[in-house]
Design a protein around this ligand. Structure first.
Ligand code: SF4
Length: 303
């Protein structure tokens, strides 16, 4: 089987940075815990937990001897203010590109524009980023589909921003609809570069292979976007969280007649997980060829 890994896949700059911060503190023997899911990857989170780096979901759970690490998706402004007011030691591992989105929202919300955020209103990044719109001028509107954009009324002025991991094509389609709903329209493309290059790479690879594997957390926004993009190009697209899922006999039956696989992975997927997937299919090829050879030899012997 031909095994191709997308030109850009796996760990992004923001995730690497957060893990490096944690690694350095852990090596120094500092007592730390993480606010929320640091990143959306179970293998990485389990590994941190095994090394005594716990996660808390509310400040009430915080052990006072521990320094709090803020996850890559950020936390709401009011929670950060609470940390400051209670003098709780914390280190901010929010991705700088998520921070940039928060700053853009904070700035625009203090003007008379109608701010529209395109993203998932239940995702931690958007919950945190939305909290930066503290002005009394207008409430930001959060939408996540062309239908929701079509349903909006006319505004004198619109500024639109995006969740950092949004599908680039969806953002462009929504922006196209919104520009007809105002006289003054301004786009702020806050989709991060890592997201854009990973989406472009899988768009290029998916139509040229028999099937696609997208690796990453089921709750990872950028992984789900990669899955949907790949699925549009190739109906034989599979989303897995871990390479262990490949050993499933039902899955093997589905792919055994294919001759090529394309692999991509979300921004929270470690490189060794991508290597395990690649090795699985390379080994799968060798075993398939050996079995084929054995079958041929047996039928020759019978003749
Ligand atoms: S996907 Fe982009 S915004 Fe999110 S952590 Fe990675 S670099 Fe930062």
């Amino acid at each position: 089987m031909k095994v191709c890994v997308a030109e850009e896949a796996g760990f992004c700059f923001g995730v690497k940075r957060a893990l490096e911060i944690i690694e350095q503190l852990h090596e120094k023997g500092q007592n730390i815990c993480i606010y929320g899911q640091l990143i959306h990857n179970t293998t990485v989170l389990d590994d941190l937990k095994a090394r005594g780096i716990d996660r808390i979901d509310s400040l009430d759970q915080l052990d006072p001897v521990k320094t709090l690490i803020i996850r890559t998706h950020g936390i709401p402004k009011e929670t950060e203010n609470l940390l400051k007011s209670r003098s709780i030691p914390y280190i901010d591992a929010t991705c700088p590109l998520v921070k940039k989105l928060q700053q853009v929202i904070e700035k625009l919300a203090s003007t008379s524009t109608q701010l529209i955020i395109v993203g998932d209103k239940n995702h931690p990044e958007i919950i945190a980023a939305r909290s930066y719109a503290t002005s009394e001028f207008s409430e930001p509107i959060i939408i996540n589909s062309e239908e929701e954009a079509n349903d909006l009324e006319y505004f004198d002025r619109i500024d639109v921003v995006a969740q950092t991991t949004l599908d680039v094509d969806l953002f462009n389609q929504i922006a196209f609809i919104l520009q007809n709903k105002t006289k003054h329209f301004q786009i702020h493309n806050t989709i991060c570069k890592a997201t854009q290059v990973r989406q472009t790479a899988i768009k290029k690879l998916a139509p040229n292979v028999d099937f696609v594997i997208v690796a990453g957390g089921k709750n990872s926004s950028n992984t789900r976007k990669l899955f949907n993009i790949a699925l549009k190009q190739n109906k034989n697209t599979f989303h897995i969280e871990s390479s262990k899922e490949l050993f499933n006999p039902y899955f093997i039956r589905k792919i055994e007649h294919f001759n090529s696989v394309g692999i991509t992975a979300g921004a929270s997927t470690p490189p060794d997980e991508i290597d395990k997937i690649k090795n699985f299919f390379e080994k799968f090829t060798i075993e398939k060829e050996m079995n084929h050879g054995r079958t041929e030899r047996n039928s020759n012997a019978e003749r």
